[in-house]
Design a protein. Structure first.
Length: 120
C-alpha cells in the first residue's frame, strides 16, 4: 500500500484527501481503498467525498495515457508541516471553490487553478 500511495516516505505521517467517482464507490472499490489506507497508514487522517452534482459523471482523473474516467478515485497525500482537521457535512452543497490540477509531474501536483465562481 505504501508503494501504491507513492511519494510518502516510511517515517512520514501523511494525511490523505480522497475523491471518488460514483461508479468507483458503487462497485465497492472505495471501501477497499479506505481499508487499504487504514492498514498501511493506521494513524493517518483520511478525508474526502464522492463526486456528484456540478460535473455530471463525477470526478475525472487523467491517466498517463491522457484518457479520462469517471470510475476512478484520485488521492492526495499531504506530508510536512500540515495539519488536517476533518469535519463531517451531509448533503451535496459545495464547501469551497472548484479547482483543477493544471500541472502534474508523475504523482506530484505542481499547479492548481481556480475554476468558475467561488474559486479562490
Amino acid at each position: 500500500w505504501r508503494g501504491l500511495a507513492g511519494g510518502t516516505p516510511e517515517e512520514a505521517d501523511p494525511s490523505f484527501v480522497v475523491l471518488a467517482g460514483q461508479a468507483f464507490s458503487a462497485q465497492g472499490e472505495l471501501s477497499k481503498l479506505i481499508h487499504g489506507l487504514d492498514y498501511a497508514y493506521s494513524g493517518a487522517v483520511k478525508v474526502g467525498g464522492i463526486s456528484s452534482g456540478v460535473v455530471p459523471g463525477g470526478v475525472f482523473a487523467s491517466s498517463e495515457g491522457g484518457e479520462c474516467s469517471d470510475g476512478d478515485a484520485v488521492g492526495l497525500a499531504l506530508t510536512g508541516d500540515v495539519e488536517v482537521q476533518p469535519i463531517v457535512a451531509q448533503g451535496c452543497r459545495p464547501v469551497g471553490g472548484l479547482y483543477e490540477v493544471v500541472e502534474a509531474k508523475g504523482n506530484q501536483v505542481i499547479k492548481v487553478a481556480g475554476v468558475g465562481e467561488g474559486a479562490a
